[in-house]
Design a protein around this ligand. Structure first.
Ligand SMILES: O=C(O)CCC(=O)C(=O)O
Ligand SMILES: [Fe+2]
Length: 300
């Protein structure tokens, strides 16, 4: 199989361990420009940690960028993983930064394990099925350097199998809340944990079934990432007549299920959900706009 960006080793790693890292997808200068208003938006003073009232913040989005121009290498790798550009809706990045300033800094560092808090699979906006198209890939875009113990994202690299088997056993679909989706039970089956560290411009492309969690930032060095989902046009298929048509994401699911092909038929309705996050981020966006206007339209 020929890929645009991925090496055969990276493709194999994605199928076996659910992720690849594409390093250096954009420059430090480009990241600085894109993140330049973060502190104004937050209402915090960068060199005065006493003003950092929240340990981490999931910011709303104001501005979108086309990854095809901004980060062509990441775009090529996304296409390699999902089986081609024709399989995805327009894929935009935005400035909905997930900021980790001092999450869990009040306790000693603990490495990733099933006991770490907040393991989850992304996709709080839809009912999950084995073949769900809404979250075709999980992506972590590094807008700041992300250091060991500095508020990275923990990744359970062997979670695709447990999640795939759980979803295969639940064709009726599963809501994305801890009460319905037993992420913490599933992560107990995992033992291959890593910390998604790296430098500005690095992009982690992960299987949508990968369980992950926000890590502690005991260094208190500000960490900025985004996690823009890739949205597939059609549900995934695990019984394509021509096996060479399976995407790497689909192949990883088949590997997790331990079969060469699998016919999946949902028995419940596909459902869009509106998470509480949406209303929260709407009001955050109003507050951020006011702070930006105060600085850029009415400077003192
Ligand atoms: O902040 C992080 O490292 C992870 C955040 C995350 O997984 C999410 O917002 O879904
Ligand atoms: Fe997440």
């Amino acid at each position: 199989m020929d890929y645009q960006v991925l090496t055969p080793q990276q493709a194999e790693q994605f199928v076996e361990r659910g992720y690849v890292v594409i390093r250096g997808c954009f420059t430090r200068a480009a990241a600085e420009e894109y993140t330049s208003t973060i502190w104004t938006r937050l209402g915090y003073v960068p060199d005065d940690p006493a003003t950092w009232s929240e340990p981490s913040v999931h910011m709303p989005s104001h501005r979108e960028i086309d990854i095809r121009q901004f980060a062509p290498k990441a775009w090529g790798a996304v296409c390699d993983l999902v089986g081609g550009a024709q399989r995805i809706h327009p894929y935009l990045w935005n400035d909905a930064f997930i900021v980790n300033l001092w999450q869990g800094a009040d306790r000693p560092w603990q490495p990733a394990s099933p006991a770490s808090p907040d393991w989850h699979k992304d996709g709080d906006f839809f009912r999950h099925f084995l073949d769900s198209p809404e979250q075709g890939l999980l992506t972590l875009v590094l807008w700041s350097d992300v250091r060991h113990q500095g508020g990275a994202t923990f990744v359970a690299a062997d979670s695709v199998g447990p999640v795939a088997r759980f979803l295969a056993e639940h064709p009726e679909g599963v809501r994305p809340e801890p009460a319905s989706f037993p992420w913490h039970e599933l992560v107990k089956q995992c033992s291959d944990f890593m910390e998604a560290i790296g430098e500005v411009g690095d992009v982690y492309l992960l299987h949508p079934f990968i369980l992950h969690a926000k890590a502690q930032n005991v260094l208190r060095v500000p960490r900025f990432i985004t996690n823009p989902p890739v949205h597939l046009i059609e549900p995934m298929r695990f019984d394509r007549p021509d096996p060479s048509e399976f995407s790497l994401v689909e192949r990883a699911v088949l590997r997790g299920l331990g079969v060469d092909r699998y016919t999946f038929t949902p028995s419940g309705p596909r459902e869009k959900l509106v998470p509480h996050r949406v209303a929260l981020q709407r009001s955050m966006k109003r507050a951020e706009r006011d702070r930006l206007a105060a600085v850029f339209e009415h400077p003192e």
